[in-house]
Design a protein around this ligand. Structure first.
Ligand code: ATP
Length: 488
């Protein structure tokens, strides 16, 4: 990360805290590493992103329904899913500092350094070699690659490394109050398995026909060994996942459909295309026959925000095996090749999986801007503005009587009452109007409306647009419609 990028990222983190978006968890006790709380504006923004996703899945797609499964699941779930045996990252410890690192992170950081030094081709070659060795699980060669690249611990400055080992990322706890009859269960590391184990319940009760999807949002937990970069990598986070069940053999068609559909969802928020790229996986997870990441250019570089995975029938087949309960679907559509119904099969699955917190950080990174403004008299001023897309902004409209007397608050309250059933409004009568505008800019409110003495004469108000700072006089009864249009 360059110094400039680092400064921007640090400024976003401070801003998020100062303006009530994100706080370190239990901060009065000095926080808990990689765990965060969302404040008044943060929780609104997070909810709005979740709702926007939920609507795009379950309202715009007639063949997708939602569920809300529990965080705790029968422990066999995680045997069947492969998490008990496979959900681990290759880690390495520095013997001098005792610091632990993820091997892929160390090599990626080295590639970034090479790129910054104008050695792009070398960086690409290094990442390709890393992907190859990770896929082959050749840990001895991976360690050698680290030594060849002269990668050192940032704390001790030495390359005195242990061997590379795998660490499981699942948190476990005990069900039941007495240790002897306690049963070890896990905090789910992904929401997807809650969908798989309910596949038949949902298919039957909602009478779904393939192809169809099941969507879910909810908490997931991973004991990330190296958790940093604010809410990018957390130990407790929220996922928004959708499993799309398809006829075997059609999975690539649907994989391509969801690849495009999901990127379009991001772009529909007005975030520029050039900030995104696709990254195809070389090392496929144990369940996948194709996988890619949608990456966004965060202040610290292009990183994954969402995964699209073609998971084959791995999960349902495995649950069928472990539970000894058939996970089949009867497809009555006629196969043109045989002239007979497709009949019984275990569906294939294409999954879209996005981290809500990571999407939140993406929105902050996109929205945050420090601007220098030149006034009419030539002097300069500055403002911090959060250009949060209007439809997910915490407050949509601030209603500001110019002074708190002369009947202006009463008119403002009337407007407030007319608008607040429709969207979140904010009312404020304290401080100079310029100061109030700045505060709304800082939390990303797209519209401010000021009621002044003239309003009493002509029922006109001043509307101020956050991004352009343009101010216009409009009839007060148009405010509701203007804001509604912007957030539709
Ligand atoms: P990474 O490579 O960054 O660890 P992953 O490939 O393990 O991510 P998936 O298992 O595909 O991630 O999870 C789907 C999505 O969940 C990710 O694209 C990301 O947005 C989010 N996610 C995963 N782990 C975390 C985490 N520790 N903190 C916040 N979000 C996460």
């Amino acid at each position: 990360m360059s110094i400039q990028q680092d400064n921007t990222f640090q400024a976003i983190i401070s801003h998020a805290k100062e303006y009530g978006f994100v706080f370190p968890s239990s901060e009065i006790y000095d926080g808990l590493s990689a765990v965060y709380d969302y404040g008044p504006y943060g929780s609104e923004l997070k909810k709005n992103i979740r709702d926007y996703w939920w609507k795009s899945m379950t309202q715009f797609h007639e063949n997708i329904v939602g569920i809300d499964a529990a965080i705790f699941m029968h422990p066999t779930t995680w045997k069947a899913s492969g998490h008990v045996d496979n959900f681990s990252d290759p880690m390495i410890d520095n013997k001098d500092s005792k610091k632990r690192y993820r091997v892929d992170h160390l090599l990626e950081a080295r590639a970034d350094t090479l790129r910054e030094a104008g050695k792009g081709a070398e960086a690409d070659a290094l990442l390709a070699e890393m992907d190859r060795l990770l896929a082959a699980e050749d840990f001895a060669a991976l360690k050698q690659l680290m030594l060849d690249q002269q990668i050192v611990c940032s704390v001790s400055g030495t390359s005195n490394w242990t061997d590379i080992r795998q660490f499981n990322l699942m948190f476990s706890t005990q069900l039941g109050s007495v240790a002897e009859d306690a049963d070890t269960i896990y905090l789910r590391p992904e929401t997807a398995q809650g969908i798989f184990v309910n596949f038949l319940n949902v298919q039957k009760t909602a009478r779904m026909k393939i192809p169809f999807g099941i969507a879910q949002t909810g908490k997931a937990f991973r004991n990330e060994i190296v958790a940093r970069q604010f809410i990018f990598r957390m130990r407790e986070f929220e996922q928004m996942e959708m499993q799309f069940f398809v006829r075997p053999g059609t999975q690539m068609e649907w994989y391509n459909y969801w690849k495009e559909n999901r990127l379009n969802w991001h772009l529909s928020l007005g975030i520029p295309r050039e900030k995104y790229r696709y990254h195809d996986h070389v090392k496929l997870a144990h369940y996948a026959d194709a996988a890619l990441d949608i990456e966004y250019e965060f202040p610290f570089g292009f990183k994954e925000v969402e995964g699209i995975h073609s998971r084959t029938d791995f999960d349902l087949r495995s649950h069928q095996e472990y539970s000894r309960k058939k996970q089949q679907y009867f497809d009555s559509d006629v196969d043109p090749a045989t002239g007979k119904p497709y009949g019984n099969y275990i569906p294939y699955v294409v999954e879209t999986s996005i981290g809500l917190d990571r999407m939140f950080l993406l929105v902050l990174s996109h929205a945050y801007a420090e601007e220098t403004l030149t006034k009419e008299d030539g002097s300069t001023d500055s403002r911090v503005v959060m250009r949060i897309p209007a439809r997910i902004a915490p407050n949509k409209l601030a209603i500001l009587p110019l002074v708190k007397k002369d009947g202006l608050p009463e008119i403002a309250r009337e407007l407030m009452n007319a608008c607040k059933p429709h969207f979140k409004c904010f009312y404020e009568e304290k401080d100079a109007i310029g100061k109030r505008y700045r505060r709304q800019d800082a939390i990303g409110t797209p519209f401010c409306v000021t009621i002044d003495h003239q309003t009493k004469e002509d029922n006109m108000v001043t509307i101020r647009y956050r991004d352009t700072m343009v101010q216009e006089r409009i009839p007060m009864d148009q405010v509701l419609q203007i804001v509604n249009q912007a957030i539709a």
